[in-house]
Structures are given as structure tokens and as C-alpha cells.
Design a protein around this ligand. Structure first.
Ligand SMILES: CC(C)[C@H](C(=O)O)[C@@H](O)C(=O)O
Ligand code: SF4
Length: 414
């Protein structure tokens, strides 16, 4: 039977071939919970489902990443609840400072090709970067997985993104992710699984950027075929391969040879334009971080651009590494030092100000250019603030001038 990667993974999990539209019950390999929702998931499991103990502690992973370390007595108490629960149930916990779950589960080899990884977070689609079926679910669904080990799923249709060409200097995978938001819109792939083809050459961080933004198109999952992943870290099961006979209900093509730097304007992820249309817009904050663009390579790109220069005095620049490991790499060479010398503030590894809860919450007056994935009204703080989304390179160029700037100009200068 000819199948997409999505269909292969779900078929393997249920033990028989599935088709789009089938309703199936699967046993996810991993069910992740983080500090924002785990206390309520525990409550649902215990008070509403009447189940005291999780079915399989080895299936569950917990992370304290959203407001980490705690910022108030309330968040501190919620995090204590999570620690106690993890200890008592024998569940693996990545505590504050280790980093964003979506990054940590990839680093730790918990998300691997062919696995089903569900999480209480919409950006769980990012696990598709390693050829897993990663998907976000609501608290009740996750509580059910913890209680029973299982979840029900409707097999999604698969939308194929076919990428040709190569990025030109100054353009990167974030521009591709934003271009897809522009072309498909925020509802263009509702409940689909997106598969990104033509990218066997793309490195893992690039795949993570791309897959993490599948949900911004409404998708249930976003999978990059695992060919080209570092073989020493990721074993690809023999039943998981790109089948030339697979059926995609729709194919969208993007040619990287002609792709320009892209920017999403406030207040929608699909309000995307070529950078030239918003070039010169004044900003007060630049944020580099998140599960989309907070990795070493992102910090490195910004540092390379800013080396030996100071950011504009009109801008505050926040840099939040996605994990302790990524932060360590940035500290081991001159990446962190370069960013500090340029005037950046470095936050503790985690989600940082992405959701506006700490480490750089935006004021009424702020206009932010962020490397994150969402720019809804009030996303990073005040509902009066405004957020533009772009690549780390555009973020660095913008921090330098205090206005949305094209990194290609700076590259020519240096
Ligand atoms: C807090 C969490 C439930 C939320 C999500 O599901 O995505 C957050 O991570 C986000 O990015 O908005
Ligand atoms: S970094 Fe932002 S988008 Fe990613 S999980 Fe954290 S809050 Fe959500």
C-alpha cells in the first residue's frame, strides 16, 4: 500500500494500514507536559477521570520551560506541584533552565524518526523535524493519555510542500516558513499533516524551525523526511521512507532561488510581506529565541552579523537560548560574548518572552521584531504592543539600526 510518512507512522503504531479519515486509537511513544498546563492535566486526570496514578511513567516527559525559573509565588507553587508529581509517579522531568521541551526532547533522543510524540503544546509539531509524528493536544486529551496510555486520532490528509533551489545569502529557513504562511494562510492546512520534500540537504536546526511552524498553518503535524539527519543520532526504521506512490491531496511548491527575506506584520502570522515593504519601520525591542529560532545556529547567525558592532541605543535586544545545551555551545565559542558586547540581554534557557510572561514582557509602546512564531495581539505582553516576525539575520540587522533592516546590506558592508 502506497503511503505518506504520516500514514506509515500511524499504521505502524496501530499495526494495520490506515487511510486519511480513519479514526484510530494509538499508544503514543511519548506524552509531554509542561509547566503551563501540567497542574491542570493532573487535576483533570485525578478529579475528573478519577485516576490517581499514570498508566506508564516511561511514556511521559515533563518540562518546566514556559515560565522558568518561576517569577511569582503562584508559578513557583505550580512548579512545586509538578516536581512532586514527577517524583511520586517516577516521571522524567526537565526542570527550569534545561530548555524548551521541543528542543530538549530532540537533544535527548526522546523524539526520534517514526515515533508518535504528543504534547500539551501546539508546537509539538516541531518533533516532525526528526521524522516523528509530533502533535499538540488539549489538556483533557493528554490527561487521558496519562491515565490510559492511549489517545484517539483521525488520520490526517497529507499536504506536500515541494522545495526547489537553495537559499541565497541573507535568506534562510525562517523565510521559507513565513513564505508558507503567506501562501497557505493560517487556515490553509487545517488538520493536515504537512510533509516537506526536497530538503534532504537541510540541517537539523533548519528542520526544527520549519516543522515548528506547521501549526501556524492549522496543521496537526509537519514532518521533514528523515533522510539527511545525522545517522549517529537518529536511526530511521526501515518501514519509514518516502514512497513515490504516496498520495498527497495537495502540493505546494516554493523556489528558494527566488525567495526574498520575509516579515510577518502585526497581528497575524500570515500577514507576510517581502522585507522591502516594511523596511525602515522603527522597533524598540528585538527578540531572538523560541522553539522556532532559539538554537545555537540562530544565535551564531546574529553574532556573526553583529561582531564588533553595537546595537542601536533605541533598541533593547533579548536573546533567549532554546536550551542549556544550545547556550553552552554559544558560550564555548564567542557567540554569547559577541551578543553581549553588541548590547544584548541574555535570558535563561526556555520560552523567554515568547508568550509575554517574563524576561522581556512588552509595554503599550513597544514594537518588537521577534524570531518567534506568533504575533497575535498581546502575545508578548500589552495588547497595544506590535510584533513583527522574521529570521535571526533580519533580527540582527534590525537591532543594529533600530529599524527593520535587510541583512543583505550589512553582509555586503562586512
Ligand atoms: C502555553 C501553551 C499551551 C502554548 C501552546 O500550546 O502553544 C504556548 O506554548 C504557545 O506557544 O502559545
Ligand atoms: S517558545 Fe514560544 S512557541 Fe515555543 S513552546 Fe515556548 S511559548 Fe510556545
Amino acid at each position: 500500500m502506497n503511503q505518506t510518512l504520516t500514514e506509515q507512522i500511524i499504521s505502524h503504531a496501530v499495526g494495520h494500514p490506515v487511510r486519511p479519515g480513519d479514526l484510530v486509537i494509538v499508544r503514543p511513544d511519548v506524552a509531554m507536559g509542561h509547566d503551563s498546563l501540567t497542574p491542570s492535566i493532573i487535576e483533570i486526570m485525578r478529579d475528573q477521570l478519577g485516576v490517581a496514578d499514570v498508566k506508564d511513567p516511561d511514556q511521559i516527559v515533563l518540562a518546566i520551560d514556559h515560565v522558568a525559573p518561576a517569577t511569582s509565588v503562584d508559578t513557583a507553587n505550580m512548579q512545586s506541584t509538578i516536581r512532586t508529581f514527577a517524583k511520586e509517579q517516577g516521571i522524567r522531568l526537565f526542570d527550569a533552565g534545561r530548555g524548551i521541551a521541543h528542543q530538549v526532547l530532540v537533544e535527548e533522543g526522546i523524539a526520534t524518526p517514526g515515533r508518535i510524540v504528543v504534547g500539551s503544546d501546539s508546537h509539538s509539531c516541531g518533533y516532525g523535524s526528526v521524522g516523528a509524528f509530533g502533535s499538540g493536544f488539549g489538556s483533557t486529551d493528554i490527561a487521558l493519555v496519562w491515565a490510559t496510555g492511549q489517545i484517539w486520532l483521525r488520520v490526517p490528509e497529507t499536504l506536500r510542500v515541494l522545495v526547489t533551489g537553495r537559499f541565497r545569502p541573507g535568506v534562510d529557513v525562517k523565510d521559507l516558513a513565513l513564505k508558507l504562511c503567506r501562501d497557505l494562510t493560517i487556515e490553509g492546512a487545517t488538520y493536515d499533516s504537512i510533509e516537506y520534500h526536497g530538503l534532504d540537504w537541510l540541517d537539523l536546526p533548519g528542520r526544527q524551525t520549519l516543522a515548528s511552524m506547521a501549526v501556524e498553518l492549522g496543521a496537526k503535524a509537519g514532518i521533514v523526511p528523515p533522510a539527511g539527519l545525522p545517522a549517529d543520532r537518529f536511526e530511521v526504521p526501515d518501514w519509514l521512507y518516502v514512497d513515490p506512490g504516496a498520495h498527497y491531496y495537495r502540493t505546494v511548491t516554493v523556489d528558494l532561488d527566488t525567495l526574498e527575506p520575509q516579515v510577518a506584520k502585526p497581528n497575524s502570522v500570515d500577514a507576510v510581506v517581502d522585507l522591502s515593504e516594511v523596511e525602515g519601520t522603527e522597533v524598540s525591542v528585538v527578540f531572538i529565541g523560541t522553539c522556532t529560532n532559539g538554537r545555537y545556529q540562530d544565535l551564531r547567525d546574529a553574532a556573526n552579523f553583529l561582531r564588533g558592532r553595537r546595537i542601536s541605543p533605541n533598541v533593547r535586544m533579548m536573546v533567549t537560548p532554546a536550551s542549556s545545551q544550545e547556550m553552552e555551545r554559544a558560550a564555548a565559542d564567542d557567540t554569547l560574548a559577541t551578543l553581549l558586547q553588541a548590547g544584548a540581554v541574555i535570558g535563561s534557557a526556555g520560552c523567554g518572552p515568547c508568550m509575554g510572561r517574563h524576561q522581556g514582557t512588552l509595554s503599550d509602546e513597544d514594537v518588537c521584531l521577534s524570531t518567534g512564531n506568533r504575533n497575535f495581539r498581546g502575545r508578548m505582553g500589552s495588547p497595544k504592543s506590535r510584533i513583527y516576525l522574521a529570521s535571526p539575520l533580519v533580527a540582527a540587522a534590525t537591532a543594529l539600526t533600530g529599524r527593520i533592516s535587510d541583512p543583505r546590506d550589512g553582509m555586503e558592508r562586512s
